[in-house]
Design a protein around this ligand. Structure first.
Ligand code: 0RA
Length: 635
């Protein structure tokens, strides 16, 4: 190759991508699994921008056996003509210059802001290899990169009648803690993206298994289908999903909502397709409008009398599943995780849009309107009763008693930042864990079999369950409205259950409890899932553990031919002696913990509700769908 001479600009470019490689977390949040999957979202979001601009109708994502992911769209194709300032084809600039992606795109709504929209150049910088193929102007163009740098110039490789872009990348294993893509994580996110972009077809294929797994998402109803999906396993208060949209100078707002007979609410807010977990002005506008409109209606109809207090926002939102999706030109993302919409104009815009449309809906649909208001009034009554019951419980000293549960084997260190509590399935595994642990900083709380299903029970019954009381007192934070994170007695709460169906169920029950009553524990990153091994492979006096089926295959493949080995399958924690439990699952220097996040409110909500909810059918489906993942189905 001819010697290259670098101009000042080129050096700047390299420095840009070098900076990304030096401090990846600044650009993608982390180098853990979350950051890894973020790479896919980044590429897909660029294709979604093409869809938002009206040029792309289909996106295909394939996880390849060689560790790469390929994202293909049928958009306009990244431009290939030269950018005078850089003296390079636009596609090369988009892939090698930080934040260059949007500069050639003109205006329109974009998926960008916060950690999103950092640009495909960031994906390029963090990939050991990346290939881009563009179909545009009758030609096919291709270029390859290594660690963000082109291995050669953009070349035309053939002719075509179609248009589009395809990006294949191999995440750099030196940068990421893991380069193993998780199908379900991607699938949840792609489903969400499809819901938010009506009629956009997204397919996800996993070619790593002998039998490829494939899912296709395309929703003609958009966020209406999203609400139906979230309410799939619920009994609803009214049949049809309420939907409206509004457009103004500020942007566009879309709302879909439907109440179910449950106790919790799931109001998800999005701005330019980004899940604004921390809420923001659009959500505030929605909530204000909802509370006002329903109260106005209830008074006009005489359901609320003059002497009655207004229904609270919380009462009205009980059982509500809603999607609030806004699109705006210049979104400002704020907050800890940059997922809080800050644009002040959106508050009033969403509020008046919702007030007008919802008032009209209620007037025109008296039957569902009445059911909704009655449901809110009931919630208000129940809440007053629950408050009384809680005060009573508190007086009895159950919630805030300083006496820790008898079954808790506490640790000796008192600094919560240093300590952890294992929530262990069953007394026998609890016993092993007690022997295995380092008692200075590890506490053990054994939990009896199935803890109460808090999704079905109201707060009152939940609080009278012994297992739940034990968890609350041990954790120290209290719950719901009285929850106080600063009182947490441990900064790691580690759920440790058997690797079988029952274990998965119990894990789900405990997670549901956290999700409903101590969500801030999850948000603070205090909740973890222990990963006990599935196999022990013994060769002579040595042994190794495998935590997944794939790992087992790898261990066996690495052994010299005809080696005799002894394979032990662990059906439950009880089969490990304390020493094995320590070295595989509890020793901080050797164990793997999975941190639980609410990043995926959809996934969490959905799997909790499917497993815990009212209806039997989705639950059976869920178990069948996941039966492949469940390592030891006890039949
Ligand atoms: C810059 C400008 C235009 C499109 C794109 C980038 C673009 C980027 C990606 C990334 C993945 N798929 C993509 N598709 C398009 C607009 C091009 C025009 O005006 O024709």
């Amino acid at each position: 190759m001819p010697e290259q001479t670098y101009s000042g600009k080129d050096i700047q470019v390299l420095e840009g991508l070098e900076a990304v490689r030096k401090r990846p977390s600044m650009y993608i949040g982390s180098t853990g699994p979350k950051g890894l999957h973020h790479l896919v979202y980044e590429v897909v979001d660029n294709s979604v921008d093409e869809a938002l601009a009206g040029y792309c109708t289909a996106i295909d994502i394939v996880i390849r056996p060689d560790g790469s992911v390929i994202v293909t769209d049928n958009g306009r194709g990244i431009p290939v003509d030269n950018v005078p300032k850089h003296r390079k084809p636009a596609v090369e600039v988009v892939l090698t210059v930080l934040h260059a992606g949007g500069k050639f795109g003109g205006d329109g709504y974009k998926v960008s802001g916060g950690l999103h929209g950092v640009g495909v150049s960031v994906v390029n910088a963090l990939s050991s290899s990346l290939e881009v193929e563009v179909k545009r102007g009758g030609k096919i163009w291709a270029q390859a990169y290594e660690y963000g740098k082109p291995t050669g110039p953009l070349k035309s490789t053939g002719r075509t009648k179609t248009r589009g872009t395809s990006v294949t990348f191999w995440p750099d294993a030196e940068i990421f803690e893991t380069v193993d893509f998780d199908f379900d994580t991607l699938s949840t996110r792609m489903r969400e993206t499809a819901f938010l972009n009506k009629n956009l077809k997204i397919t996800l294929t996993d070619e790593r298994e002998l039998e490829p797994r494939r899912e296709e998402f395309r929703y003609a109803g958009g966020i209406i289908d999203f609400v139906k999906y979230l309410n799939e396993s619920k009994d609803t208060v009214h049949n049809k999903v309420i939907y409206f949209e509004a457009e103004g100078r500020e942007g566009v707002a879309e709302v879909a909502m439907q109440w179910n007979t449950g106790y919790s609410d799931s109001v998800l807010a999005f701005a330019n397709n980004i899940n604004t977990h921390e809420g923001g002005t659009h959500l505030e506008g929605f909530k204000n409008a909802l509370t006002r409109t329903v109260n106005d209606y209830a008074r006009r109809q005489g359901i609320l009398k003059e002497k009655d207090d207004n229904l609270s926002g919380e009462d009205i939102r009980e059982g509500l599943v809603a999607i609030v999706s806004v699109k705006l030109r210049d979104p400002q993302f704020e907050g800890q995780t940059k997922t809080k919409l800050g644009n002040t104009e959106m508050r009033g815009f969403v509020q008046s849009a919702v007030m007008q449309a919802l008032a009209e809906y209620l007037e025109e649909h008296p039957k569902p309107a009445r059911s909704i208001v009655n449901k809110s009034a009931q919630a208000a009554k129940a809440r007053a009763a629950a408050r009384k019951a809680r005060e009573l419980t508190r007086r009895k000293g159950l919630l805030e008693s300083s006496t820790l549960p008898g079954k808790l084997a506490d640790c000796s260190v008192r600094d919560p930042e240093l300590t952890e509590i294992y929530l262990v399935e069953g007394d026998s595994a609890g016993g092993s864990a007690k022997q295995a642990r380092d008692r200075s900083f590890q506490a053990i709380l054994p939990l009896k079999g199935k803890i109460l299903n808090v999704e079905k029970a109201g707060i009152n019954r939940a609080l009278s369950s012994e297992e739940i009381q034990a968890m609350i007192t041990a954790l120290g934070t209290s719950i719901a409205e009285e929850f106080d994170l600063s009182q947490a007695r441990y900064h790691k709460a580690i759920i440790m259950t058997d690797a079988d169906v029952d274990g998965a169920h119990i894990r789900c029950l405990i997670l549901t409890f956290f999700y409903r009553y101590m969500r801030e524990m999850i948000e603070a990153g205090y909740v973890y899932i222990a990963q006990p091994p599935l196999y022990k492979i013994g060769v002579g006096k040595k042994h190794e553990y495998a935590y997944t089926e794939r790992q087992l295959q790898q261990v066996i493949a690495r052994m010299p031919e005809n080696t005799k080995y002894n394979l032990q399958r662990y059906k439950g924690l009880g089969e490990m002696n304390p020493e094995q439990l320590w070295e595989t699952t509890m020793d901080p220097s050797r164990r793997t913990l999975m941190q639980v996040t609410v990043d995926d409110a959809l996934g969490a909500e959905k799997s909790f509700v499917d497993l815990m909810g009212d209806q039997v059918e989705p639950r059976r489906e869920f178990i069948q769908r996941h039966a492949k993942d469940v390592r030891f189905l006890d039949i």
